[in-house]
Design a protein around this ligand. Structure first.
Ligand SMILES: NC(=O)NCCC(=O)O
Ligand SMILES: [Zn+2]
Ligand SMILES: [Zn+2]
Length: 467
């Protein structure tokens, strides 16, 4: 085997734990060593040297919540694994964890095989899977044990979307009991879908059909109620719990209270809840449909609680919930009836940049940026320290990040396969310059040099934040 050695010289290495003025040695796709500028590093003999002077050297992002080619709302999300992982690479994300879907009445294995068929040989960066449980029954529960053993260690359940992915409290309790025994982690979409459907019906009957009503019927209290219920069910089952896409201040309060009691309860939020609001959902001429996702965008006042939660570690992870639908032909399915707008927003390309912007705006510090976007998602989902850090032995998933570059987000320049940007015209300071995935350059000074099929499937361990 030919040995390839690369040095990244002159940068500021930032991990969740440290900031070091250090050079990084990469050998055969792994981090081999770090050394202070001008020390041992001067003697490294390498085939390749990348100059990171004045730049940050950070771990590749781990986006633990994506939906590529996802069947939803009568259509499929518009990024497949080829386009979506290429966009991820452009944005400095080198690992995604996507959701394989169990079709109701069918085994988990079938859903998983289907997701491998979609993803294998298509990805530009590494990928792993969670499993969506659409049908919790004796067979499914047994299959969960096998999946945990082979590296699918987390399962998403929905308290929302009756008739689609919804599970009732009994099914939820059974699945939680199973993970309490097999080491898996339940990821909960916490909204009271039964109550929401009543409010949807009433809104439509009263002629309230615009996208903004999507946000109005999906009440913050119904997110908080479901979050509370999920926490209590997890307590009864003795299982840990990860609540996905938290958007409401009242839901953060439920998580904070549980964590004060010492319960193994975790929370994720997403950039759309931190940067966008119901003002976007109210944009005229049906433009609000671009921002329809669930949980919904909230009034701007909720953002302070989300930022606080990220600072106090009551929220641990920022993922994108990347689930893009084109405005033309997809979001338009819901003209005249907001409940028919496919739920989901694009975002896989912009998470690292938006969170860097949050550093500049004083919401979080630099190491916390890396913690919530790289290290903790890797730990949460059993990928650490292979992913999420820069340390000897870790995969050489490394981003050279220019903290001074200026960019404007736009559908004209993004790489996601979707015809609008949720952040059109937003100015960002900071930009991904170069991206290595297991030592291979996939973005080279703002040119894509990767290939579909470079990305490898990564089986995962269990949650590393317990006990
Ligand atoms: N979040 C959303 O609106 N769409 C994707 C499916 C989900 O995560 O609930
Ligand atoms: Zn969800
Ligand atoms: Zn999702």
């Amino acid at each position: 085997m030919t040995r390839t050695r690369t040095a990244i010289r002159g940068g500021l290495v930032i991990t969740a734990a440290d900031e070091l003025h250090a050079d990084v040695l990469i050998e055969d796709g792994r981090i081999a060593a770090l050394a202070a500028h001008g020390s041992d590093a001067a003697a490294w003999e390498t085939e390749r040297s990348l100059d990171a002077t004045g730049k940050y050297v950070i771990p590749g992002g781990v986006d633990a919540h994506t939906h590529m080619d996802f069947p939803f709302g009568g259509t499929f999300s518009s990024d497949d694994f080829a386009t979506g992982t290429k966009a991820a690479a452009w944005g400095g994300t080198t690992t995604i964890v996507d959701f394989a879907v169990q079709t109701k009445g069918h085994p988990l294995r079938e859903g998983l095989d289907h997701w491998h068929a979609k993803a294998d040989a298509q990805c530009s960066v590494d990928y792993a899977f969670h499993m969506i449980l659409s049908d919790v029954n004796e067979g499914t529960l047994k299959e969960m044990d096998l999946l945990v053993e082979e590296g699918i260690t987390s399962f998403k359940l929905f308290m929302a979307y009756p008739g689609v992915f919804y599970s009732d409290d009994g099914q939820i309790l059974r699945a939680m009991q199973r993970t309490a025994a097999n080491g898996g982690l339940i990821m909960m979409h916490a909204e009271n879908g039964i109550a929401i459907d009543v409010l949807v019906e009433q809104a439509l009957a009263a002629g309230r059909t615009d996208p903004r009503h999507h946000g109005e019927v999906r009440r913050a209290l119904l997110e908080a109620e479901a979050t509370h219920r999920a926490i209590q069910l997890a307590r009864v089952a003795g299982s840990p719990l990860y609540v996905v896409h938290v958007s409401a201040e009242e839901a953060v309060a439920e998580l904070s209270q549980a964590r004060r009691l010492g319960l193994p309860v975790f929370g994720e939020t997403c950039p759309q809840y931190l940067f966008l609001s119901t003002d976007n959902l109210a944009e005229p001429d049906f433009e609000g449909a671009k921002y329809v996702c669930s949980t919904p965008l909230r009034p701007r006042e909720h953002q302070a609680a989300l930022w606080r939660g990220l600072r106090t570690n009551d929220l641990q992870v920022v993922s994108t919930d990347h689930c893009p639908f084109c405005f033309s032909g997809q979001k338009e399915l819901g003209r005249g009836d907001f409940s028919k707008i496919p739920n989901g927003m694009p975002g896989v390309e912009h998470r690292m940049d938006l969170l860097h912007q949050a550093v500049l705006e004083g919401h979080i510090g630099r190491r916390r940026w890396i913690e919530i976007a790289c290290a903790t998602p890797a730990r949460m989902f059993g990928l650490y320290p292979k992913k999420g850090t820069i340390a000897p032995g870790a995969d050489a998933d490394v981003v050279i990040y220019d903290p001074h570059a200026e960019q404007t987000l736009s559908a004209d320049t993004h790489h996601m396969n979707v015809d609008y940007s949720a952040y059109e015209g937003k100015r960002i300071t900071g930009q991904v310059e170069t991206v290595l995935s297991r030592g291979e350059t996939v973005i080279d000074r703002r040119t894509y040099t990767g290939r579909a099929g470079h990305g490898q499937y990564v089986p995962r361990g269990t949650c590393q934040l317990l006990g």
